[in-house]
Design a protein around this ligand. Structure first.
Ligand code: CMP
Length: 144
């Protein structure tokens, strides 16, 4: 089915100049970009985004990292977009991510692992609403 997924280039990826590489890989795969913005992340947005990790020992590090400098937030649409984006990103831990995946090719550490993508349809729906509200674009012609 056609799905939408939330994908974000994290501060380490932005600092290293990997926005274009990430966007290019998703475009070449055939997914469609329906929202994107370069933005700084507030404490509140970071805590809401990572709410499920609240009790983890690394929660504070996660929030301070994601709020440390700008991220590039996106929504990609396409057939099985959620699973496809996850397979293109590779495993969360770059040490386990296969070469050819984004984390496998560019990442070294589990905290600074370049990119985030929604892990399920429920997460995708929640994260898209949290980061973009209704600001998604349609490619259908809007003028006649
Ligand atoms: P992400 O997909 O953004 O979702 C949760 C993040 O927590 C994950 O990517 C990792 O970057 C981060 N993470 C997971 N485990 C650890 C850990 N042990 N130490 C630091 N960060 C972690």
């Amino acid at each position: 089915a056609t799905e939408k997924t939330f994908v974000m280039v994290k501060p380490d990826g932005v600092q290293r100049g990997l926005i274009g590489e990430v966007v290019s890989r998703f475009e070449r795969k055939g997914l469609k970009l329906v929202a994107a913005k370069l933005m700084s992340v507030s404490q509140s947005l970071a805590e809401q985004h990572y709410a499920e990790h609240k009790e983890r020992p690394f929660f504070n590090d996660l929030v301070s990292f994601i709020t440390s400098s700008p991220v590039f937030a996106m929504v990609w649409e396409g057939e099985n977009a959620i699973a496809i984006a996850r397979s293109m990103m590779g495993k969360t831990n770059p040490a386990e991510a296969a070469p050819g995946t984004i984390r496998g090719d560019y990442g070294l550490s589990i905290g600074m692992n370049i990119i985030h993508g929604s892990d399920s349809p429920a997460s995708a729906e929640r994260e898209i609403a949290l980061w973009f509200g209704g600001e998604l674009l349609s490619y259908e012609r809007s003028v006649d």
